[in-house]
Design a binder for this molecule. Structure first.
Ligand SMILES: Cc1cc2nc3c(=O)[nH]c(=O)nc-3n(C[C@H](O)[C@H](O)[C@H](O)COP(=O)(O)OP(=O)(O)OC[C@H]3O[C@@H](n4cnc5c(N)ncnc54)[C@H](O)[C@@H]3O)c2cc1C
Length: 497
């Protein structure tokens, strides 16, 4: 049994899926004491998500692990939605104008390695069963090796998936409805290798999807409109193969299934992402149809939004309302993903006359849908996510927007970052001004305490703007040609005195 169990922590993370792993890695990298409690005793071999979108790759780049993950999969520049419209990723205004196809366990492996390297304490086989909180701390009880241990921390995060125990213990509602049921899964070998990395098709009969694991095995997902069975019903592999052949219009020779299963998917969202010192993130906060492959991606971005806010709160310099901004910023994003992924799913499987017409139109219009396909790419990739609506009235036009990666020029020393997302790897804010205006930040007068909160740099692409970028890559503050006093005021609002 781990000796650290009864020690105090700064943050407890319940659930070691992708969301919890990213979050634990972030707070550990910032030097906080974090325990990650995971009820499984082994690493998960179950793969659900295959798609890693551009914004997630940017967030991973800001943690120095994007290249490692990119090396595990195949990179696509377009994605076919419901077998008709191709969403174009190649024009995304991102360093990663693509979609990475890699099994979820690879993403988890990379994030686990990072969290452990950063010093997170991982408690495997620890199932959280109870939670209490008061004005000073939160305590959780976890069953480990048949006994109960209690851990205490300043904050806790429930990233324990769709059936979240933390959410239940908090008494937070998770209203919604079933999106789709009786979806069949199988891991198989194929006689004929598909032409595309992702093979997707839909017809009146149902839909089918095939993605590679990269080691010769394929994940096949299929749904038969005429056969609605409970999750517990076994999969008839021969019938599933016939459906896949019919929907895709080609027989790929599915064989040797090593695993089959049936699942259903709900569309639900927690009514509150925060109760006192406890937060919900990832599937614990929202779940939706897998259409568009956004579940894991949205959870990872929840984690990126929350982690630095927890660090600021534990260190004592969080601006008033900063912790509440997690719900204010991420709840609308979750609601939007619910709507769009649900819309996609209904368009893909719906049997009503208007839906069939819409699908037929989409097919008929084909390449004429280019603008829609581009907009779809911005949406589904997470690149268009912005917190502008939550910015205070009168804020600069850039505030709340995602900060694009830009080249940096003036940071000192050979090891200085050469672009913004390298600078973000410090886990701090980055203050960037136009090249040649290095004095305007008044950096000589920065309080010593700010050194662990902000990095300063200049960028040739900026002409008049000074931009303060948050650790999660969104613009906190910006101004055109500010005076040193204005820059200082902008920094003070976010970094404290
Ligand atoms: C078929 C399918 C395909 C999908 N494809 C995609 C895709 O392509 N792209 C995408 O982005 N998303 C996809 N998703 C969704 C994606 O898999 C989930 O959104 C993602 O796994 C959520 O991550 P999470 O960390 O929030 O939760 P989870 O991955 O569910 O992790 C929760 C963890 O908490 C642990 N836990 C639970 N209860 C406790 C407890 N009481 N104490 C301690 N530990 C606990 C669990 O063991 C688990 O490890 C797909 C889902 C399905 C079903």
């Amino acid at each position: 049994m781990n000796t650290a169990q009864n020690r105090d922590y700064d943050v407890l993370v319940v659930g070691g899926g992708p969301t919890g792993l990213l979050l634990a890695g972030d707070v550990a990298a910032a030097g906080l004491r974090v325990a990650l409690l995971e009820k499984r005793t082994e690493e998960s071999e179950l793969t659900r998500a295959f798609a890693v979108h551009a914004r997630t790759l940017e967030e991973l780049d800001a943690r120095g692990v994007a290249d490692e993950l990119l090396g595990t999969g195949a990179r696509l520049t377009s994605l076919s939605l419901f077998g008709a419209v191709r969403v174009d990723m190649s024009k995304l205004p991102s360093r990663f104008p693509e979609l990475l196809i890699t099994p979820q366990y690879q993403t988890e492996r990379v994030l686990l390695g990072r969290a452990l390297d950063a010093g997170a304490t991982l408690l495997r086989g620890a199932e959280v069963t109870a939670l209490r909180q008061d004005a000073d701390a939160v305590e959780v009880d976890a069953v480990v090796d048949g006994g109960t241990v209690t851990l205490r921390a300043a904050y806790a995060v429930g990233s324990d998936g769709v059936r979240s125990t933390v959410r239940r213990l908090l008494g937070v509602d998770y209203p919604g409805e079933s999106a789709i049921s009786s979806v069949m899964l199988a891991d198989v070998q194929l006689d004929t290798e598909p032409e595309d990395v992702l093979t997707v098709g839909a017809s009146r009969q149902g839909f089918a999807f095939m993605a590679p694991y990269g080691d010769g095995w394929y994940r096949v997902i299929a749904w038969d409109h005429a056969e609605q069975l409970p999750d517990s019903a076994p999969v008839d592999f021969e019938a599933m193969s016939r459906l896949v052949t019919s929907v895709l219009g080609k027989d790929y020779g599915l064989r040797d299934p090593r695993w089959t299963s049936r699942f259903h998917s709900d569309e639900r969202q927690a009514t509150s992402y925060r109760v006192g010192r406890v937060f919900l993130a990832g599937d614990a906060a929202h779940c939706h149809s897998p259409a568009g492959g956004q579940g894991m991606n949205t959870g990872l971005q929840d984690a990126a939004n929350l982690s630095w806010k927890l660090v600021a709160a534990v260190r004592g310099w969080a601006a008033p309302g900063l912790l509440d901004s997690y719900q204010a910023e991420r709840h609308p994003v979750g609601a939007h993903v619910l709507r769009t992924s649900g819309g996609l799913l209904r368009l893909s499987i719906g049997q009503s006359a208007p839906l069939r017409l819409a699908r037929g139109l989409a097919k008929a219009l084909g390449s004429h849908l280019a603008p829609l396909a581009r907009r779809g790419g911005m949406e589904v990739s997470g690149i268009s996510v912005s917190y502008r609506e939550q910015a205070p009235a009168g804020s600069h036009r850039l505030v709340g927007d995602r900060a694009a990666d830009i080249d940096l020029t003036s940071a000192d020393g050979d090891k200085a970052p050469t672009r913004l997302y390298e600078a973000l790897r410090e886990g701090r804010f980055v203050l960037v001004g136009p090249a040649g205006s290095a004095d305007a930040d008044g950096s000589a007068e920065f309080p010593d305490d700010w050194c662990d909160r902000v990095v300063t740099a200049t960028a040739p692409s900026l002409t008049s703007e000074w931009v303060l970028v948050r650790p999660d890559g969104y613009v906190a503050w910006a101004a055109d040609n500010p005076t040193p006093a204005q820059v200082r005021a902008g920094l003070t609002a976010w970094l404290g005195n």
